[in-house]
Design a binder for this molecule. Structure first.
Ligand code: NAD
Length: 252
């Protein structure tokens, strides 16, 4: 693979698994030095070892990034260690789907902390350490749930729609500093995080409504994130890229 991210320092939150892991592997194969961050340390170690085995460069960044301090320690510490900071992918999430009467304060708080507030703290910390001349790229992982509605998704949809607003506002403010801010909005992608909410019947209905006739894969999403993070997207900012096989804006 062309090393279009050669030497870039990239932190990916929640990259011990799922979409984040696929993005970490891909960015490393494109030449980036990847900060692998996750709550689950055994996952972090595994991904770092996997990247190194493939000839890439990776560092374990083990902070819990759901607080401002945790996020700052992760971003500023990794930047200091590497002597630069180029890319942040705000990917980590903790998700529960609850119907209206079941929504509980603890669920909202936990989902907001990592899914919404941490995105803002990540942008703040990344902007602090990105080089004034080179700028940088931030990619937030939103969801089609922020664009279209589904049952039991009030908190999740609200947060992901919020991430889209954060993305546009951050892009407006940080563009003058050559910092591009974009988001991807994946449709359903089989991962450990979604296993609890998927079943064969629901998947079949989704596939039937998807013009490209399949569910997404973690690599589909990783490719879009890597594109937005790299120089080939050098004039792309404030965009929400749906990576969804066309399901969001069609009615088949
Ligand atoms: N999989 C899908 O269908 C889908 C669809 C649309 C959007 N998304 C979004 O993609 C992102 C990744 O989803 P996934 O399905 O790969 O999830 P996943 O659950 O497989 O992986 C998320 C990782 O984030 C880590 N994490 C959670 N809280 C953390 C914290 N405080 N600090 C550090 N790490 C933390 C988890 O340990 C986990 O390894 C999320 O933002 C999710 O909302 C996923």
């Amino acid at each position: 693979m062309t090393k279009v991210l050669e030497g870039r320092v990239a932190l990916i939150t929640g990259s011990g698994n799922g979409i984040g892991r696929a993005t970490a592997l891909r960015m490393a194969s494109m030449g980036a030095i990847v900060g692998v961050n996750d709550l689950k340390l055994e996952f972090v170690e595994k991904v770092v070892a996997e990247i190194e085995r493939l000839g890439g460069r990776a560092v374990a960044v083990t902070q819990n990034v759901s607080t401002r301090d945790g996020m700052r320690n992760a971003v500023l510490g990794f930047a200091k260690q590497q002597g630069r900071f180029d890319i942040l992918v705000n990917n980590a999430a903790w998700v529960r789907y609850q119907s209206v009467p079941d929504i509980a304060p603890e669920t909202i708080e936990r989902m907001l902390d990592i899914g919404f507030k941490a995105v803002i703290w990540g942008i703040q910390a990344a902007a602090e350490v990105m080089d004034a001349e080179r700028g940088g790229a931030i990619v937030n992982v939103a969801s089609v749930a922020g664009l279209v509605s589904a049952k039991n998704s009030i908190v999740y949809s609200g947060i992901k729609a919020g991430v889209m607003g954060i993305t546009r506002a951050a892009a407006a403010e940080l563009g003058a500093r050559k910092i591009r801010v974009n988001a991807v909005a994946p449709s359903a992608v089989p991962t450990e995080g979604t296993v609890r909410n998927r079943n064969a019947e629901l998947d079949a209905r989704r596939i039937a409504r998807t013009p490209l006739g399949r569910l997404g894969t973690v690599d589909d999403i990783a490719k879009a994130i890597c594109f937005l993070a790299g120089d080939e997207a050098g004039f792309v900012t404030a965009q929400i890229m749906a990576v969804d096989g066309g399901i969001t804006v069609t009615n088949i």
